[in-house]
Design a protein around this ligand. Structure first.
Ligand SMILES: NC(=O)c1ccc[n+]([C@@H]2O[C@H](COP(=O)([O-])OP(=O)(O)OC[C@H]3O[C@@H](n4cnc5c(N)ncnc54)[C@H](OP(=O)(O)O)[C@@H]3O)[C@@H](O)[C@H]2O)c1
Length: 253
């Protein structure tokens, strides 16, 4: 039975770095890469040293496109060692300013697609397999001006931690990765200005470092991965200080 990893959002940012680091660190026959931009993933596939890169072009916000992955799993019946759910996007703007469609699209991709991928891949996982869910530090606190996005990430955070407990006796690990601002294409999509708010820019970190930490934390069977001292402090603050007080301290938009 071939051993594989599945990475969504593999065409850029964190997903792309997960593909590179999984290829370097683990013995995998194939890495299945899923996103909409196939050309970018084909280039990445060619650059892999150890595993075969398998490109699956799919818009995961559409239920029928998720079936492409499910059908391939059913046909090939591999053993999935890693599932990394990195596909996701956020839109900056208040609930009223942003259109309803793009806010529902965020829910479709960040919540529904991640849940469907997890559900459908699980039957192909066994003891020692790892699910790595990309949540966000936005999960720790409601964020005015990033409202629906932070709410979707709170879902990912809670879902992943509860799933980790449910799967403990099967020996399948579930990690919720909670980065602060990371240098990727994320803010090109998130903001019409193409960059994060000024105070967020100050805390920007490199994608490869977040991924290296996440893989280490996953190996150690941790439930959460928070990269960097600033975000670790942010998590503690968001747990001890009432949210209403923190929300008053920041300029949110
Ligand atoms: N960057 C940050 O500051 C930050 C912080 C915390 C959490 N995160 C989370 O990290 C994850 C990865 O984001 P990133 O920072 O790496 O941003 P990114 O560079 O924009 O990558 C997003 C990935 O998601 C894929 N994607 C978007 N819509 C899709 C769709 N409908 N179907 C399939 N794939 C889709 C994109 O591929 P295609 O466009 O080719 O489809 C791309 O590969 C996201 O879940 C994000 O919420 C990011």
């Amino acid at each position: 039975m071939k051993k594989i990893a599945i990475v969504t959002g593999a065409s850029s940012g964190l997903g792309k770095d997960f593909v590179r680091q999984l290829d370097r660190k683990y013995e995998l026959d194939e890495i299945w890469m899923i996103a909409r931009r196939k050309e970018k993933m084909k280039k990445l596939a060619h650059s892999l040293k150890n595993s075969k890169g398998v490109v699956i072009g799919a818009d995961l916000s559409r239920r029928e496109e998720i079936n492409k992955v499910i059908n391939k799993l059913n046909d090939e019946k591999p053993r999935v060692l890693f599932l990394v759910n990195s596909a996701g996007f956020g839109k900056i703007g208040s609930f009223i300013e942003l259109g309803l469609d793009e806010q529902l699209d965020m829910i479709d991709l960040n919540i529904k697609a991640l849940t469907a991928m997890t559900y459908n891949v699980l039957p192909y996982m066994s003891k020692g397999s790892k699910i790595i869910q990309i949540a966000s530090s936005a999960a720790f606190l409601p964020q005015p001006g990033f409202n629906i996005y932070s709410a979707t990430k709170a879902y990912v955070f809670h879902f992943s931690k509860a799933l980790g407990i449910e799967l403990k006796n099967k020996g399948i690990g579930v990690l919720a990765v909670c980065p602060g601002p990371v240098k990727t294409e994320f803010f090109k999509v998130a903001s019409s200005k193409g960059k994060p708010l000024d105070w967020k820019s100050k805390f920007m970190v490199q994608s490869k470092d977040v991924v290296a930490q996440a893989l280490k934390d996953s190996e150690q069977n941790k439930m959460e991965s928070v990269y960097g001292v600033t975000m670790k402090l942010f998590k503690i603050v968001s747990r001890i200080i009432p949210h209403r007080m923190i929300l008053k301290m920041f300029k949110w938009n």
